[in-house]
Design a protein around this ligand. Structure first.
Ligand SMILES: Cc1cc2nc3c(=O)[nH]c(=O)nc-3n(C[C@H](O)[C@H](O)[C@H](O)COP(=O)(O)OP(=O)(O)OC[C@H]3O[C@@H](n4cnc5c(N)ncnc54)[C@H](O)[C@@H]3O)c2cc1C
Length: 379
């Protein structure tokens, strides 16, 4: 077993971290306070080669793997989760095209991502269907050479700023199995009949764009169907199994960033005439934080590595995402506590990390959904 990263991977880590330090740090507080999505940051990340790392060379990408994506995601999240999503989630949904799209679709859409020419959104959740995603009600009805889409989608990342939406729609309502009624369809975001309502007031990741999308008689050509009709739910499960390794990496990076800020703070802050750091009670807390992060990192890297080896293990990916999300929430809580009153004030980054961390237990399948996957493997 070889735990050593390659020289290329170490360079990738350092490039991503330096990029985040230079580009995220000066704007992180402002984007959080004002819920501001910085589009120019996404462009800079594309120019630096940090977007669409998983896209094969034949489609204009660098042809890296999902472990590489995890590595660069982790490094950016050490600085800020919300802004890291502006970069890494700009491809969200397009992975379905890589996995299941036709050759024409791959040639048409995938090169746009690393080139900084298109942002994607993956629209699956609905107001009444989140964890139970097979319960979606948005319909896509065939009419000549087109699909006519009606329905609404909730909490869609990049909803108001994207160029393309990959939407989960019911195309085969008559089929008995509720998991064989849906299809994934590419929708150009400027099509007539789409209303985009930005969702404001999020607890965290406020730089990331989130929206409700309403489709009213939205017409798209039938060639926009990804793969086969009726397979959308199964495609989506494969998509989540893969992208959960990226969310797991977000948790590792956020927790690592919170730990680093806290290690620095406890050496500077004095109580009873000496730095906080000399107290064993403080050191033990830092040791526990570091240990949980290392465990989360190892399961995340293994899960992503398995994806790259073509041996994807959905149970392991679910463990990585669930454990790392919980680890991030736990570590961020400790970080605020060890900062005392200052940790509660937005001048100090740890309070933002604390708010940001919670989403890691909710999106891309709440942690209970991951536990369902893990438990299924046990039986
Ligand atoms: C900021 C943000 C960004 C998001 N981005 C996207 C996106 O880009 N695209 C997209 O499609 N969706 C997105 N989502 C939606 C997200 O994936 C869903 O919110 C999530 O899957 C949970 O669905 P729900 O909110 O409907 O909760 P529900 O399904 O109503 O669940 C509520 C709670 O009950 C638990 N629960 C549900 N069923 C069970 C059960 N059988 N047993 C035990 N516990 C259960 C859940 O785990 C959860 O804790 C985003 C959400 C947020 C907040």
């Amino acid at each position: 077993m070889n735990f050593e990263l390659s020289e290329e991977q170490k360079i990738l880590q350092s490039t991503a971290y330096k990029f985040a330090q230079k580009e995220f740090e000066p704007i992180a507080k402002e984007c959080d306070r004002e819920e501001k999505y910085p589009r120019e940051l996404w462009k800079k990340a594309c120019d630096t080669g940090l977007v669409g790392a998983f896209i094969p060379e034949e489609y204009g990408g660098p042809g890296m793997g999902f472990l590489d994506v995890a590595l660069l995601t982790e490094q950016m999240c050490r600085v800020d989760l919300g802004l890291s999503l502006v970069v890494t989630a700009s491809t969200f949904g397009a992975e379905n095209i890589l996995f299941f799209g036709s050759e024409e679709q791959k040639k048409k859409y995938l090169p746009l991502l690393p080139a900084g020419e298109a942002i994607f959104a993956g629209a699956y959740t609905e107001p009444d269907a989140g964890t139970d995603v097979a319960g979606v009600k948005t319909t896509a009805v065939k009419d000549g050479n087109e699909y006519v889409i009606n329905g609404s989608k909730m909490f869609i990342t990049n909803g108001t700023i994207c160029d393309y939406i990959v939407a989960l729609c019911v195309t085969n309502p008559e089929v008995e199995s509720r998991h064989k009624r849906q299809s994934l369809i590419i929708v150009e975001a400027d099509r007539k009949g789409i209303t985009k309502n930005k969702i404001k007031g999020k607890m965290g990741i406020r730089a990331s764009d989130t929206a409700e999308l309403v489709f009213e008689d939205v017409r798209v050509p039938r060639e926009n169907l990804i793969g086969a009709e009726g397979k959308g739910f199964h495609y989506l499960m494969h998509f989540f199994d893969t992208t959960r390794t990226m969310v797991a990496a977000q948790g590792v990076g956020l927790a690592q960033g919170a730990l680093e800020k806290t290690v620095k703070y406890v050496q500077e802050r004095k109580t009873f005439g000496k730095p906080l750091a000399v107290n064993q009670g403080i050191q033990f807390q830092l040791a526990e934080m570091a240990t949980r992060i290392e465990v989360a990192r190892n399961v995340t890297y293994k899960a992503a590595w398995m994806v790259d080896q073509g041996k994807m293990d959905p149970g392991l990916n679910a463990m990585a995402k669930y454990y790392s999300g919980e680890c991030a929430v736990w570590v961020a809580d400790k970080a605020v506590q060890l900062h005392g009153g200052y940790g509660y004030i937005d001048e100090y980054d740890v309070q933002r990390f604390y708010r940001d961390a919670k989403i890691l237990e909710i999106y891309e399948g709440a942690k209970e959904a991951e536990k369902m996957t893990i438990a299924r493997r046990l039986f």
